[in-house]
Design a protein around this ligand. Structure first.
Ligand SMILES: N[C@@H](CCC(=O)N[C@@H](CS)C(=O)NCC(=O)O)C(=O)O
Length: 188
């Protein structure tokens, strides 16, 4: 969301929640911010928009990241929905389990799911690599919000032991995103 705001030229204040300390599971957070107990959440006035891609969409509204052509617009949403169903639950979850929770601390159910998430994450990267063959961006001919939402957990997939070198079109696309004017690295 920070990268989206930076590229769209919109101001955004950051507030941190420590998920390892359960700060998104307090009674107050669940009641007032997100009943789903997760971040990120965008606060607009006294209202909140959970779900990273919905929040990023709000932030990107009116910028060049949102295609005006109706087909490209729907295609952007297609990739954002795909990211939530095929990409994030595999690559981001595996990254969280392996790097934050730790392989030894996973419960039995999580341990069982690791190979499934590994295979599904690999399949997601392969599909991205195929789509990017002969094209610079996911939708149309310019960077859109679909690229930014997909970039988020793709460029750090190595943290979850995915080998990005096996996906050269994805690697080249990551470099293109990082070269966008206004680009901001994660967590700075
Ligand atoms: N689909 C959601 C996923 C959000 C999510 O899983 N957030 C994690 C951190 S990246 C979280 O808040 N976990 C804390 C918890 O489940 O208690 C999105 O893209 O925003």
């Amino acid at each position: 969301m920070r990268l989206t705001a930076a590229l769209a030229g919109k101001p955004l204040d950051r507030r941190e929640y420590d998920i390892m300390k359960g700060e998104t599971r307090t009674r107050a957070f669940l009641a007032d911010v997100n009943a789903n107990g997760r971040i990120p959440v965008l606060q607009v006035g006294d209202r909140f928009i959970p779900e990273s891609n919905a929040a990023s969409y709000y932030v990107a509204e009116g910028s060049a990241l949102i295609p005006s052509d109706p087909f490209d617009h729907a295609d952007m949403l297609r990739w954002m929905f795909w990211e939530q169903y095929n990409h994030e639950p595999n690559i981001a979850t595996l990254r969280f389990w392996l790097r934050w929770v730790g392989p030894d601390k996973l419960n039995a159910l999580q341990k069982m799911q690791v190979p499934v998430k590994r295979e599904s994450g690999e399949a997601a990267l392969k599909l991205m690599d195929g789509h990017l063959a002969g094209r610079d961006w996911f939708v149309g001919r310019v960077a859109s919000l679909a690229d930014i939402c997909l970039f988020a957990y793709t460029h750090v997939a190595g943290d979850a032991d995915f080998d990005l070198a096996r996906h050269p079109n994805v690697t080249a696309w990551i470099k293109r995103v990082e070269a966008l004017p206004g680009y901001l690295p994660m967590n700075v």
